[in-house]
Design a protein around this ligand. Structure first.
Ligand code: ADP
Ligand code: MG
Length: 272
């Protein structure tokens, strides 16, 4: 399989921090692969995701190497990275309200995105946007084009964000806790949708989550983070069946969504 992303010795230090928030991070992602990044709150997952997108706050220092689709991200000027974002590299954030503009209708945001990157007419962009709303399971998509984010539920908005993240056929999607801000009753449906669309598109995904149940459902491989370091990584089955570190064993045992079940039950879920 072709390697799409190679991270080597990545470290990030935020402005004003004495020590790096993540360090010595190395990973590879193949085309079409879904990699889960798990770890407790504060372990550095979001920092890793923002590094890959080159969206760290001003003053943060990155060192090491991030080679994405032939382009070096570390040290690259904004003008080199900006054209990648939204096109070859896209993101789905935790809270869809922060990703959508409250002042513009869903339809105008989608058609603007499509027209900015594809040479298509306004009418074709409109049709394509409606197609995408239908693909992400939004009913009456023609009417919804005129809706504003505040008129839709969190789950509906996240479906719109997913449509916008995938509409330009990115090579890599970085999804940071994409369902954590949503009602539990819609989380599974949104994850199922995301899994199907990613598989259809052939895109790779880096899926950040604190939930190993989500990893079991969604991912081919998994990387475990603790205190800014990557403690363990490998195929999901391998990590779930023979975790090498005490920390991974703890995570497996402490899985909240499986509180009633044992780590063994979670492992069986992976075997399917
Ligand atoms: N903008 C920032 N400035 C300074 N420190 C930060 C900033 N964002 C995150 N950190 C620190 O970096 C570490 C990793 O945070 P984060 O990447 O958000 O972890 P996670 O996503 O796993 O919860 C934490 O210690 C956090 O306090
Ligand atoms: Mg985070």
């Amino acid at each position: 399989m072709t390697t799409l992303l190679t991270v080597d010795g990545l470290a990030v230090r935020y402005a004003g921090s004495r020590r790096p928030s993540i360090s010595n991070i190395s990973l590879q992602l193949a085309e079409g692969e879904v990699l889960g990044v798990v770890g407790e709150s504060g372990s550095g997952k979001t920092t890793l995701g923002l590094s890959l997108l080159s969206l760290l706050p001003a003053g943060a220092e990155m060192s090491g190497s991030i080679l994405f689709d032939g382009q070096q991200i570390v040290g690259a000027p904004e003008r080199a990275v900006r054209p990648l974002r939204g096109t070859r590299l896209s993101t789905i954030v935790q809270n869809p309200a922060t990703a959508l503009n409250p002042s513009f209708s869903i339809g105008s945001q989608m058609t603007a995105l499509l027209r900015r990157h594809k040479k298509i007419s306004r009418a074709d962009a409109h049709t394509l946007a409606i197609d995408w709303l239908a693909r992400v399971g939004i009913g009456e998509p023609e009417n919804r084009m005129r809706s504003y984010a505040h008129q839709l539920s969190g789950g509906m908005n996240q479906r719109v964000v997913i449509a916008m993240a995938l509409a330009l056929s990115p090579r890599l999607v970085i999804a940071d806790e994409p369902t954590s801000a949503l009602d539990v009753t819609v989380q599974a449906a949104i994850l199922g949708l995301l899994k199907d669309l990613i598989a259809d598109s052939g895109s790779s995904m880096l899926l950040i989550t604190h939930d190993l149940g989500v990893v079991a459902q969604m991912c081919d491989s998994v990387a475990v983070m603790k205190d800014g370091a990557m403690t363990e990584s490998g195929p999901v089955r391998q990590i779930f069946h023979s975790p090498q570190t005490a920390y991974t064993r703890q995570l497996l045992a402490a899985q909240p969504s499986h509180a009633a079940s044992s780590p063994a039950a979670l492992q069986n879920e992976v075997v399917r």
